[in-house]
Design a binder for this molecule. Structure first.
Ligand SMILES: Nc1nc(=O)c2c([nH]1)NC[C@@H]1CN(c3ccc(C(=O)N[C@@H](CCC(=O)O)C(=O)O)cc3)CN21
Ligand SMILES: CC(C)C(=O)C(=O)O
Ligand SMILES: [Mg+2]
Length: 271
């Protein structure tokens, strides 16, 4: 069984079509040319140059020290893979928070480096910034729930959107972000029931879950987590796809297959 229809590059239009047709979107992080190319060959639809590179590549305790130049450098590396996967890059902490002009300047740097879409963290309060970018030709992926750039405000990496009030906040955020023009939205560490509800409430924006249950339009994981090479404890939402795999590319293919057939995430990966 193969999900590799062809090696034609995945476009934003194709991702939207996948959502509309109920085909799951498989996303993984990639920070360099070799892994971005491998992801493409294995059928990954979109690669995220995540600011998790602060933890995974740099050994930082959080994503906060990651700079725009770090993100541009790794985006250039990934873009040179010339692979099948759509390339999304995280806007790092501080590069889009001052005002929408600063956000546009930062986004332009990342798009020039080869990003096809930028991702930024935040709910309704980011809607004006998102609209400003989208109107100027920058596709945007939103990110709600656990937003790691706010770790010190949230008091740790914990589940968000619990309780009726928390769920209502997420629903309102998602709607505002969709109306602002975000085409994708990552939901991180939220109860599966809430993520399902939010996904069903949206008209066009595709939801990508990480610790958000099986009923999102797609899934994302940090590559080094699902290959079991990230040192230390991993979160509940991680599965090690190297278990039983013939090699790295096979592990990524198994991840893609598990996302596509709905067997990942299972109950033990959810909140
Ligand atoms: N390697 C890596 N994987 C990630 O998923 C990731 C990063 N780095 N860096 C940026 C953020 C930080 N993220 C994190 C970090 C830790 C937990 C974690 O420890 N979760 C535990 C505790 C839950 C709790 O206390 O309620 C879990 O079991 O889910 C979750 C997400 C997600 N992102
Ligand atoms: C975990 C994903 C969603 C992310 O934002 C990252 O890798 O930085
Ligand atoms: Mg990130």
């Amino acid at each position: 069984m193969s999900y590799l229809q062809d090696q034609k590059p995945v476009t934003l239009f194709e991702l939207g079509k996948m959502r509309a047709e109920g085909r799951k979107i498989a996303m993984l992080t990639a920070y360099d040319r070799s892994f971005a190319a491998l992801c493409g060959r294995a059928g990954v639809d979109a690669v995220l140059v995540g600011d998790s590179l602060g933890n995974v590549l740099q050994g930082q305790k959080s994503t906060l020290p990651v700079t725009l130049e770090h993100m541009a450098y790794h985006t250039e590396c990934v873009a040179r893979a010339d692979g099948r996967a759509f390339v999304i890059t995280d806007m790092p902490f501080g590069s889009y928070h001052e005002n929408r002009e600063q956000a546009m300047r930062s986004a332009a740097r990342l798009m020039a480096a080869g990003a096809q879409m930028v991702k930024l963290e935040g709910g309704e309060f980011m809607a004006d910034t998102i609209r400003f970018l989208v109107e100027r030709g920058v596709p945007v992926c939103a990110h709600i729930g656990l937003t790691p750039q706010s770790v010190h405000q949230l008091g740790g990496y914990r589940v968000q959107g619990r309780g009726e009030e928390g769920a209502a906040r997420l629903r309102a955020d998602a709607l505002a972000l969709e109306q602002a023009g975000a085409a994708l939205m990552v939901m991180e560490m939220v109860p599966a029931t809430v993520a399902k509800d939010v996904t069903a409430s949206l008209a066009s924006m595709a939801t990508i879950g990480i610790g958000a249950g099986p009923d999102c339009d797609g899934q994302v994981l940090v590559l080094h987590d699902m290959l079991g090479v990230f040192p230390g404890r991993t979160a509940r939402f991680v599965r090690n796809f190297m278990d039983g795999a013939a090699g790295v590319e096979d592990a990524v293919s198994r991840y893609v297959a598990a996302v596509k057939d709905g067997s990942f995430p299972a109950a033990e990966h959810c909140y």
